[in-house]
Design a protein around this ligand. Structure first.
Ligand SMILES: [Zn+2]
Length: 76
């Protein structure tokens, strides 16, 4: 399950959301749609797959290439 970390640009709150398919992240605090995904989200995914610390940095770099909703491929 891809859980991503976001930062709301309106109220500057950090939150984690489980994104399924083409779901759009919304700030649970103010309902703002302008949220920025944080890079640490991909490290979280690769950590859950095997606990390899090396792959977490590699996943973060590949994550920058997939700003679309297909970020789940980072964990593979
Ligand atoms: Zn907000």
């Amino acid at each position: 399950m891809p859980i991503y970390e976001y930062n709301c640009e309106k109220c500057d709150k950090k939150f984690e959301i489980l994104i399924m398919g083409k779901d759009k992240p919304v700030c649970p605090c103010c309902g703002n749609l302008k949220v920025k995904r944080l890079m640490s989200s991909c490290g979280f995914v690769s950590k859950g797959s095997g606990g390899e610390t090396v792959s977490s940095s590699a996943g973060a770099s590949s994550c920058s290439g997939c700003s679309s909703s297909n970020c789940s491929s980072c964990g593979a």
